[in-house]
Design a protein around this ligand. Sequence first.
Ligand code: BF8
Ligand code: SF4
Length: 619
Amino acid sequence: THHHNYTITKDGQLLIKKMESDQVETVWDRHAAQQPQCGFCDLGLSCRICAMGPCRVDPFGEGPQQGVCGADADIIVARNLCRMIAAGAAAHSDHGRDLVEVLAEVAENKAPGYAITDTEKLNRVAAEYGIAADGKTPEQVAGELAHAMQEDFGTRKKELALVTRAPEKRQQLWRKLNIMPRGIDRETSEAMHRTHMGVDNGWQSLLLHGLRNALSDGWGGSMIATEVSDILFGTPKPAPTKVNAGVLKADQVNVVVHGHNPVVSEMVMAACQDPEMTKLAEEKGAKGINLCGLCCTGNELLMRHGIPMAGNHLMTELIIATGAIEMMIVDYQCIMPALSKVAACYHTKMISTSDKARFPGMEHVEFHPDNARKKAYDVVKAAIENFANRGETYIPVEPLDAVGGFSVEAVVGALGGTPEPLLDAIKAGKIRGAAGIVGCNNPKIKHDYGHVTLTKRLIENDILVVDTGCAAVATAKAGFKVADAISHAGPGLKEVCGSLGIPPVLHFGSCVDNVRILVLAAALANALGTDISDLPLAGAAPEWYSEKAVSIGAYVVASGIYTVLGPMPPIAGSMNVVELLTKGLGEVVGATFAVEPDPEKAAVLIRGHIENQRRKLGL
Ligand code: BF8
Ligand code: SF4
């Protein structure tokens, strides 16, 4: 009965019911068991940074107003938020570093199976790093680029290389505020230093550093992750795919990849597509091998190769209950440790692959650039062997069509080589503006309800939506990512998308691919000779849960884009912090946060903001 309250999706509802009857616990059961969640933590008023604590500040003003060290509510809240940003920036940037390492090994011919796929992009990005390509082999350029990018990570004496992609005005503002990101790791390290007991106790300066740390992610670690992924695996182009739990096939060996880094999933894909492996699967009585994705590594494969997408964050447990998955291969980030407990109730084999991400109950097969191809074949063979152990399967829905693959290069290409036609449509008012809808699922919000409702309201009001991460999967499952979905759009957006033959909701990729939104926003601002904060743009994270999402939100706002969060971050214990983030930042970086869990109301906020921006531009 309550499975209808947890998710708006048909596959989700049916699989929750299945798990109930199989008596397998879900994320919603564990969330219910945690109620009531700690009020101090929820407000950001608890601190366990040092061993004089843990400490709590009483939100009603009756109990203690400071921790043992004397930190008050403002300091504790700002410090906790700064650490959330640091963790998120670290996650994205470490992912980026792993790609740079592959690039470096490809340059030295030490990573069999990996190659440089987009030489044009390699040369273009190398040029931004001041590396000339002429007279050099792609491997030489890759080696020099990898080295220059590695320098971006460490202590360096200049600004990050790719910040020059931001409009000149924005760069100047960051310099003036002293939040221009320097080394990627340096900013995260400095965030940990500043938040140690007895270092930065200015809540404003802590938050400003948080913005700089986030910028080192958006214009640094994540941007490098996306660019190097494109260089190694290809820059995405629009291509059809299928989505939801129905992408699993009852008569095939189903292999699912979950996590984030395409370094693993690309090799698994290559092994799954090898005709020798298909033959092996057929010998074991299957009709073939069906590779599907989950979450962001799924988005990486969907964007570049049209690999079908089984679901987003809150579907990761549920799809195991289909009984149809021979193997789930994970790398890192957003992989609930609960998954192996669910898998133990079915025949699904769980494989962990990263030296930095272990999970109880998973078999650990460590992938490194020099052995990844071989390890991929090993695990795919084991998946095929596991087909014989399959019991009854329950694949409750038919898959839906979707189109993915909208890199900035593809979008600008579709527009005829310049962003001008998009600007013209915005100037003419056919498209009022654009919104980036990003981020996760969170059991505090009905699964997919936030993403789908907000998207629906924006496109019907002629606001173009670009999305990434689990938001992008949600709207694909809701049917918004096909050309026919223009029937849900307002008249102007319908006309523009209709003439281009594109959906009104564009899949921009995984969460590191939020940088594609930054790059497009910068291109639009540069074409108008203005700053990003002047454009009719907005961001939203209607169902966010992760620290990575906090870093994303912070770099999007610091880049000048108004952003509406669904779930409240743990900051309500400090009215000073809340005021700064929701109002004061407007005068500092030209954009603010808002918090609005109801997507209907969030849509009203975003429409109001976009119309306001238009008025200021005289449109
Ligand atoms: O990096 S949207 S739940 S899968 S954190 Fe995670 Fe959130 Fe999904 Fe991807 Ni992004
Ligand atoms: Fe308590 Fe201060 Fe230590 Fe935090 S840093 S646990 S507030 S004494």
